[in-house]
Design a protein around this ligand. Structure first.
Ligand code: M6P
Ligand code: ZN
Length: 188
């Protein structure tokens, strides 16, 4: 054990608004931070907050388990439900776990080969995200979607792959609830 990198035990509490306290200042993602992610952005949309991430102050190294909560607002951009950017792990084989805390959402998982899965995220769900699977959360409910995440510390975030190739499906508001729409590679 390398005692020079040993952390002190600490406690953080989940707040009613989904934040963790103490935690680092939240990372905020507005619509303007998500250029290229939504299929069609109506010009009159303004620049709403889409989500924020509260992360514990843990170094991103292999021996640690970074933890965060994400608070994803309800709403749509055109027909498309509010969602996170989504990412692969830079170190592709690193895994992650999501625990649903509040609201009603879907987790879209995809491999670079084009395989995909869609799973619920809601209170009492535990989503296991194996290495190699890109992941994006989508709020399909009327309340903020709140979930807890923890992942292998040296995973890293690769956003570029999602920006270039998109996900194989989009989640749109339909008359009978969320519609999962397959996206041809050219239109992602
Ligand atoms: C979860 C974790 C974080 C991630 C966040 C927002 O809290 O997976 O690592 O940063 O969701 O997702 P994204 O980084 O794709 O915007
Ligand atoms: Zn991740």
């Amino acid at each position: 054990m390398d005692h020079s990198t040993l952390l002190m035990p600490f406690l953080s509490r989940l707040q009613r608004d989904g934040s963790l306290s103490p935690a680092a200042p939240p990372v905020l993602r507005r619509l303007s931070d998500m250029r290229g992610h939504y299929a069609h952005v109506p010009p009159e949309m303004g620049d709403p907050e889409i989500y924020r991430v509260y992360a514990l102050e843990v170094p991103e190294r292999a021996s640690e388990l970074p933890c965060s909560t994400t608070v994803l607002q309800p709403g749509t951009v055109g027909e498309e439900f509010f969602m996170t950017k989504g990412h692969f792990h830079r170190q592709r084989d690193r895994s992650e776990v999501y625990l649903g805390l509040a609201g009603r959402g879907l987790l879209v998982l995809a491999t670079e080969e084009g395989d995909h899965r869609v799973q619920p995220i809601e209170p009492e769900t535990v989503n296991y995200v194996p290495g190699g699977w890109g992941h994006r959360a989508v709020n399909v409910g009327e309340e903020p979607l709140v979930f807890f995440a923890t992942y292998v510390g040296d995973a890293g975030h690769d956003y570029q792959t999602v920006e270039r190739f998109g996900f194989p499906v989009r989640i749109l508001r339909g008359p009978q609830g969320p519609r999962i729409v397959h996206t041809p590679p050219r239109e992602r």
